[in-house]
Design a protein around this ligand. Structure first.
Ligand code: C5P
Length: 212
């Protein structure tokens, strides 16, 4: 078993916020794996090659390009489409495994959030969570967030975007979004982000106590 917390789930279910809090609480390294696919999609849109995408490139892009660029509707949909490609997944998976290896070698636990962390990237992760929520609730939350920066954003567009990405992620042949019996499933439709964090914190604390 690796000291890795895998947080998988549907788009907009609160994985990112949770992963950041868990990493901070346990002083683990963390990696938002969706950002890797988003950056590759962004490069593709720009007509640049993503074939040599690396952790170094990831860090440079994160430090020099505003994150909102990678979170636009256009890049979101493109990342889900691109993520169906086996070569793209191999590049992203290798990068994620290198990040995990490096952190574990330094004695640090790791939190990864994505779609296939516990099923493909780190199948021996010691804690696996699968987050989901009703698609309309996820869309409403995302819409309210997006409206803070763009008051004209349409709820229907946000809902449609989430539905398309769910379909793309669940129906692809390579590492589709799913979970296995070793996952703790959490429905975030009701309850606060605090409730979800408390539940996850307790499971990780308990596993750590028997981890040694
Ligand atoms: O998590 P986020 O919404 O930022 O991810 C963007 C897209 O990248 C997802 O819609 C999904 O298609 C893809 N992805 C993936 N596997 C991961 C993380 C993200 O296929 N581990």
């Amino acid at each position: 078993m690796s000291k890795v917390v895998a947080i998988d789930g549907t788009s907009g279910s609160g994985k990112g916020t949770l992963a950041r809090r868990v990493a901070e609480y346990f002083s683990f390294s963390s990696l938002d794996t969706g950002l890797i696919y988003r950056m590759m999609a962004y490069l593709d849109v720009q007509g640049e090659s993503y074939r040599d995408f690396s952790l170094e490139r990831f860090s440079t892009m994160r430090d020099t390009i505003e994150e909102a660029v990678f979170r636009s509707d256009d890049v979101s949909i493109r990342s889900s489409l691109l993520a169906r490609d086996a070569d793209v997944r191999n590049i992203a998976t290798e990068l994620q495994r290198n990040f995990v290896k490096d952190s574990l070698e330094k004695g640090r636990g790791v939190v990864l959030d994505g779609r296939d962390i516990g099923t493909t990237v780190v199948p021996d992760a010691f804690c696996k969570f699968f987050l989901t929520a009703d698609v309309e609730i996820r869309a409403k939350r995302r819409w309210m967030d997006l409206r803070k920066v763009n008051p004209n954003v349409s709820y229907t567009d946000v809902l449609e975007n989430l539905r398309k990405r769910d379909k793309c992620d669940q129906e692809r042949d390579n590492s589709p979004l799913t979970f296995t019996s070793d996952y703790t499933i959490i429905d975030t439709s009701s309850g606060s982000a605090e409730d979800v964090f408390a539940k996850v914190r307790d499971v990780v604390t308990e596993r750590l106590s028997s981890y040694g």
